[in-house]
Design a protein around this ligand. Sequence first.
Ligand code: HEM
Length: 485
Amino acid sequence: GLWVRNLRLKRRLPGPFAWPVVGNAMQLGQMPHITFSKLAKKYGNVYQIRLGCSDIVVLNGDRAIREALIKHSTEFAGRPNFVSFQMVSGGRSLTFTNYSKQWKAHRKISHSSLIAFSSGNSQTKKVFEQQITAEATGLVQIFLRLSTDGRCFNPAPEFTVVAANIMCALCFGRRYEHEDKEFRSMLTKLDKFGETVGAGSLVDVMPWLQSFPNPVRSVYENFKNLNEEFFTFVKDKVVQHRESFEPDVTRDMTDAIINKIEHSQDSGLTKEFVEATVTDLIGAGQDTISTAMQWIMLLLAKYPDVQTKLQEVMDKVVGRDRLPSIDDRNSLGHLDAFIYETMRFISFVPLTIPHSTTADVTIEGLHIPKDTVVFINQWSVNHDTLKWKDPHIFDPTRFLDENGGLDKDKTAGVMIFSTGKRRCIGNQIAMVEVFLFTAILLHQCRFEGNPSEPLTLDCSYGLTLKPLRCSVSATLRGKLLGLVP
Ligand code: HEM
């Protein structure tokens, strides 16, 4: 009995046959998260694939993923030692570093700085909300201008600028104009970041591809260059902050982080970690938020009845004489329901950043050795039929209770910020940002799709899923409101 059980425990994880050299790389397809979900139907929620020279375990479905990330949180808290990961944030990234004592200290400092700036009753929280409102009202004017004479436009470049501006305001206390060519050009390059570090990207698992002149090599080189350019941009601002730093005045988050890392006893981190932290925060907060807003615009235009309902509730709760604010959030459950449904339905961060195991671990009875690369399929949680009724249907009302309030048990089931020791530290900030942007845009404008270009959910794959085409037009609803003093 015992012998048979041991034999079974030691058996190889299930999974598709892996070809020599490439493994399963040719089978990933355009949308790896969909492929992984299909493979889960055949091999179960925990299985193994091979990409190039790496054995990779893929976790799918609500139960297996929560068992791993929550019950075995430490064992699943690692990151693989991919070469591309070491190119991020001058090699001292919080996000792309393996689990260690130093990583823990780094995460704690970054997390507490973010919380201090964005929660409770702090003055900085109010300033942060005002900055979002200012960016949003500026955006309304740009969108209306781009819609002159019923023209349609792609909102993506503008969302990229506002999302970056919010992070720059938080970290540096300054913003950039939409017309700023240098800023826009850097952001355009940064847009490609997620192609290299998304789960299923091949540059790190098939290193030999780099020794040939081929497209993979140029992806790799672009990645290195865009990280260096972005890191230099941030470092420059951090150096200016360091030179004018006064311990009693915290101007922004860069000051707060300088204070914690350089002016506290035993932070355990050298001063180079300041620029790395700020680079990580801006990078993480920029692409994700602008992607979220692109999908929100697309879905508002695609589902005009949903948009109408949101605007009716908005006009009842807020009225037409002032802009919505974060204090309206409790009364605008419909809007949060729409945002959560967008996150669930699109799952625009379909897999988390790759994890790795920090120790041997057993999940759903299957043994996974230490230092195994792990892909976590968030999309499969959000489309798990054991958890969601008709998951393939876009229906924000699934998150509302009978009184029209937000059902918090249901929203907690959406997985887009991951969970466990590596979960996103910008979750609250992100929800505030997306809520306020959407509320203000909806209050001020009606959005419509381009009649000559049907709205589809076609997208490109990477760390984030981005719409391939999004062409909309905005019309003013009533009078244009500015920032309320
Ligand atoms: C990590 C999602 C916004 C900071 C992550 C991860 C996901 C995620 C999926 C990886 C978790 C894992 O590997 O298990 C999102 C989404 C956002 C968003 C969907 C917006 C809609 C933000 C913002 C910030 C931020 C605004 C900062 C202000 C970070 C950091 C990490 C992270 C620092 C790395 C955590 C670590 O490795 O320990 N986020 N994020 N994120 N996020 Fe976010």
